[in-house]
Design a protein around this ligand. Structure first.
Ligand code: DUC
Ligand code: ZN
Ligand code: ZN
Ligand code: ZN
Length: 472
């Protein structure tokens, strides 16, 4: 067969194998793996790993975050940042605003994303208003259109669902075979802690973490699991921060329940001390995310879960706000209490280098586990497999050429996101993406974006086998 492009001399890494071979590409797909492949275009990958492009199944882009607060990324900057970081697909959220039709909200996101993306994009939904109309008509119709997963929240004033609503939503997910993602932190406990801290004058960003201790996440995780078991529906617990919530998930998994789990770079590299800043000052806001980072023992527990298989996915939870801006971390009311600091940190570009360096380079996880946690499982769980998520015949030619020996220091000035800082300023890594190809075309190379804006497609996804209930 005539090839358009051959990637020669590299070492191909998948979730199961590490093989020295060339990759042959025709059009947008991988059509051949073998030795000595020749093509009109050739890329020399000698000394490099040839990996499936990263799939980040948890990012927030251009999502409304309260009055006066603006996310730092639009679809162009977020997907450029993703590409530079070795990713070829991102899954952001289309947020339903209460009182609005879900369909109208989704169409608004699509319009914002259309012709803007550098990598492929597929939306999850966020259900904040599960009216009979939404659950009975809108959601089933959207699921048929390829929005096959959605997130629900157990906290935040304008997102939290009551338990009976969670159960109603779970039931629809079961019937329609949708994969439900759960933000598991308990609304009432956080509210109690927040009010108590504010009354005591403890309002610095650091107290954000105090207001949401592990017990609050553990309780909600257990409650979500119990509700899911009652309904017999698989769930994905997202952004698991530490040992306590993880133990609930392991317990559920050991009982044979389909409870999946995701963790993120912040939970293996940051701690609650980062929120203190040098002097309990506002700079701690740079690390305010939910759940908050914990301690080094929790980091060790998360590593154990990454190794042993408690976690299926490692995502960024990229949720960027500018630090030095009243529309970001310095919210107009921001200096009065941690409660006003927008929750979230940027990380779509640094996810892969951090896990590769801390995991593969330091010998904590294998290359194959790295690929599984950052690409393959995201595709499988969210209905993009076998189109995406591996290097094999028939897959989209979404590929990152990775230099396992390149040492780099993470700095704001080398990143492409719209935020004005990175929580990992000065963090040293070994292993770095060199070239990112989206469906056979180079989109990022040597830290520069060379792809075309709009070359990224908005994807419809299949129903996921991971969403199948146990009983029929
Ligand atoms: N949950 C997320 O998933 N991202 C940012 C903030 C949050 O609460
Ligand atoms: Zn109800
Ligand atoms: Zn969340
Ligand atoms: Zn998130």
């Amino acid at each position: 067969m005539d090839l358009d492009l051959a990637i020669r001399g590299g070492t191909v890494g998948t979730a199961s194998d590490t093989i020295r071979c060339d990759v042959g590409i025709k059009g947008e797909r991988i059509v051949m793996l073998g030795e000595n492949l020749r093509a009109p275009r050739e890329i020399d990958a000698t000394g490099l790993l040839v990996l499936p492009g990263g799939i980040d199944s948890h990012v927030h882009i251009a999502q409304p975050s309260g009055p006066g607060v603006v996310m730092a990324d639009d679809f162009a900057t977020a997907t450029a940042s993703a590409a530079a970081g070795g990713n070829t697909t991102v899954l952001p959220f289309a947020l339903q605003q209460r009182g609005k039709s879900l369909r109208a909200c989704v169409e608004e996101y699509r319009r914002k994303a259309e012709s803007e993306c550098y990598v492929d994009t597929a939306f999850h939904l966020i259900i904040s208003d599960p009216t009979p109309e939404v659950l009975g008509q809108e959601l089933p119709a959207l699921l048929k259109d390829g929005y096959t997963s959605f997130k629900v929240f157990m906290t935040y004033d304008d997102l939290v669902l009551k338990d009976h609503e969670l159960l109603d939503v779970f039931e629809v997910a079961r019937r329609e075979r949708a994969l439900v993602m759960v933000h598991a932190e308990g609304y009432d406990a956080i509210r109690y802690m927040t009010e108590r801290l504010e009354r005591a004058g403890r309002t610095a960003p650091y107290y954000h973490a105090v207001s949401r201790p592990e017990i609050v996440e553990r309780e909600a995780t257990h409650r979500a699991i119990s509700h899911a078991e009652l309904v017999d529906v698989p769930i994905m617990i997202v952004h698991v921060s530490g040992r306590e919530a993880m133990e609930q998930i392991r317990w559920a998994q050991s009982r044979g329940l389909k409870v999946y789990a995701e963790t993120c770079p912040q939970y293996i590299t940051l701690t609650v001390e980062d929120l203190q800043g040098p002097d309990m000052d506002m700079s701690g806001a740079k690390y305010v995310c939910s759940p908050p980072p914990r301690d080094v023992e929790s980091q060790a527990a998360i590593w154990e879960g990454l190794r042993s298989g408690v976690f299926q996915t490692f995502s960024s939870d990229h949720c960027p706000f500018r630090y030095d801006s009243p529309a970001g971390k310095l919210h107009p009311k921001g200096k009065t209490s941690f409660r006003w600091v927008p929750n979230g940190i940027p990380g779509v570009e640094t996810r892969l280098p951090i896990l590769f360096s801390e995991g593969v380079s330091k010998g904590r996880i294998s290359l194959n586990r790295f690929v599984e946690l950052t690409a393959t499982n995201h595709a499988k769980i969210y209905g993009l497999y076998p189109r995406k998520g591996s290097i094999g015949v028939g897959f989209d030619a979404d590929i990152v050429l990775w230099d396992p020996n390149r040492r780099e220091t993470i700095r704001q000035e080398i990143l492409h996101h719209g935020a004005d800082y990175t929580p990992w300023e000065g963090f040293e890594v070994t292993g770095w993406p060199v070239t990112t190809l989206l469906r056979g075309q180079v989109v990022a190379e040597g830290g520069r974006i060379v792809g075309a804006k709009g070359a990224g497609r908005i994807l419809a996804r299949d129903v996921s086998a991971y969403a199948a209930p146990d009983r029929t």
